[in-house]
Design a protein around this ligand. Structure first.
Ligand code: BTN
Length: 234
């Protein structure tokens, strides 16, 4: 697959650039920046960016043969692909935090923000690859602290994503889901799921066939499509 790189030293956000220029962008165009001044996370959070992180967004034009339900699984497929790439680069006990974060030693390694505009998906990825974590984030974030070529890393991530996505389109979701559940960071943990202004607390179990997190709440299994998960520390 040919990747077309659009490179910046500093930009506000690679996802913003993709949104603003969406008409000119096509599948596997990649926007990459050494640094971002207004990196964005999910739910309106800020993504604190610094040099040495892999900061990029790539485009995926929607495939008309896929359904809305298929696209609900995309964050999981991107997340597990990223975990697989990291594990090949520096093998370790990575875990997959539903819906799409990679964790290591209970700390976040990477974040993914998927947005949609004009029938195109913008897959924004931030990875603590070569950088050091700033002091005030050390409790929640971890870096691989490598000295890896960032463009090469991005090529590996997108290659792993394409492999999984093609396999998904051929009907192999069960196999991918199995890999995800093997790495399920939340499994058997007591959690709170926040959905809009509601909070649900219970024990997390597997991710189900529809990509939903199953949570046992008062002896009843409930399934979550979306939500922000917080772990209850005991
Ligand atoms: C999250 O965990 O909340 C998602 C973080 C996503 C960060 C990446 S960095 C590259 C791309 N550009 C952005 O502004 N955000 C994503």
């Amino acid at each position: 697959m040919h990747l077309n790189f659009i490179k910046f030293d500093t930009i506000d956000s690679t996802n913003n650039y993709a949104k603003e220029n969406i008409h000119e962008l096509e599948s596997y165009d990649v926007i990459v920046a050494k640094n971002q001044t207004s990196g964005r996370g999910r739910r309106g959070n800020t993504w604190v960016s610094s040099e040495g992180m892999a900061l990029f967004s790539f485009i995926l034009e929607e495939d008309k043969s896929l359904t809305v339900n298929d696209y609900l699984k995309l964050p999981l497929i991107v997340g597990i692909s990223l975990l697989e790439t990291l594990d090949k680069l520096k093998p370790d006990m990575y875990e997959f935090k539903w819906t799409n974060d990679v964790y290591l030693k209970n700390k976040k390694v990477s974040g993914i923000l998927i947005e949609r505009k004009n029938g195109k998906l913008i897959i924004g990825i931030g990875v603590n690859l070569n950088n050091k974590i700033q002091d005030d984030l050390k409790d929640i974030a971890i870096s691989l602290e490598l000295n890896y070529d960032i463009e090469e890393f991005i090529r590996l991530v997108i290659r792993d994503f394409i492999n999984n996505f093609e396999s998904f389109k051929l009907g192999n979701w069960s196999k991918i889901l199995e890999k995800i559940n093997e790495k399920n960071f939340l499994k058997n943990k007591d959690i709170i799921v926040k959905v809009l202004d509601k909070e649900y607390s219970g024990k997390a179990f597997d991710i189900d066939y529809d990509g939903r997190l199953s949570v046992c709440i008062n002896d009843e299994i409930k399934y979550f499509n979306v939500g922000e998960v917080q772990i209850i520390k005991k």
